[in-house]
Design a protein around this ligand. Structure first.
Ligand SMILES: [Zn+2]
Length: 140
């Protein structure tokens, strides 16, 4: 059985899951609030405007419900809930950060003049549109 606790610590929220502590910046949590007022799930985008985000905001209250969700209230009075399933993989610890990086970052492919000896591929836009096909060598 997993255990989940959450405790406000000023600029941070301490979340402990199965004995492992993770600190989440209060402002990051507010920026990533998943409630309907702050987040649009169909476009997976925030609704909160940056100009309305207080960088000095703090978590004033945190409660765990059913060992599955962390309910957070910030110093601006706003409240939102984070599921453990969403929150824990986004922890700021090194192991979760490197795992996240492997999801999002494309592998780096270095190139040099030898790789471009035949020049940068160029295509005629009108010909591509007329043929309604993609070039055979490179553009996808
Ligand atoms: Zn919200």
């Amino acid at each position: 059985m997993s255990s989940l606790t959450a405790k406000p610590e000023g600029d941070y929220l301490r979340v402990t899951s199965d004995g492992k502590d993770q600190l989440y910046p209060s402002v990051w949590l507010r920026d990533n609030c998943q409630c309907e007022q702050c987040f649009n799930p169909s476009s997976t985008s925030r609704k909160l405007l940056m100009k309305h985000l207080d960088p000095a905001i703090e978590v004033s209250k945190a409660e765990v419900t059913n060992q599955e969700e962390v309910n957070v209230t910030w110093s601006d009075g706003h409240s939102g809930a984070f599921s453990a399933k969403w929150l824990l993989p986004r922890a700021f610890g090194e192991s979760t950060r490197s795992r996240r990086k492997s999801w999002y970052a494309l592998p780096i492919k270095l190139w040099n003049a030898t790789d471009m000896k035949d020049g940068i591929p160029r295509y005629n836009f009108d010909q591509i549109i007329e043929k309604q096909t993609k070039p055979q060598n490179g553009l996808n």
